[in-house]
Design a protein around this ligand. Sequence first.
Ligand code: VGL
Ligand code: ZN
Length: 212
Amino acid sequence: MTDKLTIRDQDVLLVVDIQNDFCPGGALSVPAGNEVVPIINRLARRFQHVVLTQDWHPRGHQSFASSHPGAKPYETIEVTYGAQILWPDHCVQGTPGAEFRKDLQIPHAELILRKGYHREIDSYSAFYENDRITHTGLAGYLRERGFTRVVMAGLAFDFCVRYSAEDAKREGFDVVVIEDACRSIDVEGSVQQTRQRFSKLGIACAPAETVA
Ligand code: VGL
Ligand code: ZN
């Protein structure tokens, strides 16, 4: 029924934020986030080229509700670059919550890209920080490596996967999101907004079984 997605040399699999804090029991638990791990392990075995992202915040990060007296997680505040959702403290550099899930098995991953390390700027996207100006360097890396298509999976569908997919497209890469290899946080219509943006921008979603 669905077209097969045949992996080419110019394809890279981008595995987004498979970290303890985004899985059940973690500080910013994505419902059923752990379920994607075996799916992604299987998927990654098919790709020669894999890049992992790791959310990596300093203590006292601006995106943490605890950094704003009186604020609660999941509230939105205005910061210099616009609206910012406040999160529970998560993925603090060097803590167990920031580590990759132990059951994530992708020894052949070629790059681990850390993001969110500027105290005053959040970074959902693996390409640009939330000020939409500061680069992470990933677009340059992927271009220098000769990749033309980015296949994505991970956590969370409606935040880091969404913004990474939009920016990959904006940077001129072909993008496919493997939707059953993602799980969502779903705050204030974020999943519905993600789907609307994807269809508007022509970002394809496909199930893992289409990857040949
Ligand atoms: C994420 C919220 C805050 C994500 C990271 O990985 O989707 N979401 N930091
Ligand atoms: Zn974060």
